[in-house]
Write a protein that binds this ligand. Structure first.
Ligand SMILES: [Zn+2]
Length: 63
């Protein structure tokens, strides 16, 4: 029997941007945190640099 390696060519997927809202800079993210806190009672929010897209997101979880 022939043992063929599966050679399916997968098209390079379009890099999925994160589902989260993206901020270009930490300042932008911090600004948004301030804005959110002014308008609603919310948990602590933190800005973090995403290792996937290299941009900033907000999270309510502390690492
Ligand atoms: Zn991201």
């Amino acid at each position: 029997m022939n043992h063929k390696a599966l050679n399916t060519v997968r098209p390079e997927p379009v890099t999925p941007p994160c589902n989260k809202k993206i901020y270009n800079t930490e300042e932008e993210a911090q600004d948004m945190i301030r804005f959110i806190k002014e308008h609603r009672r919310t948990r602590e929010l933190y800005a973090y640099k995403c290792p996937v897209c290299g941009l900033w997101h907000l999270t309510s979880k502390k690492k």
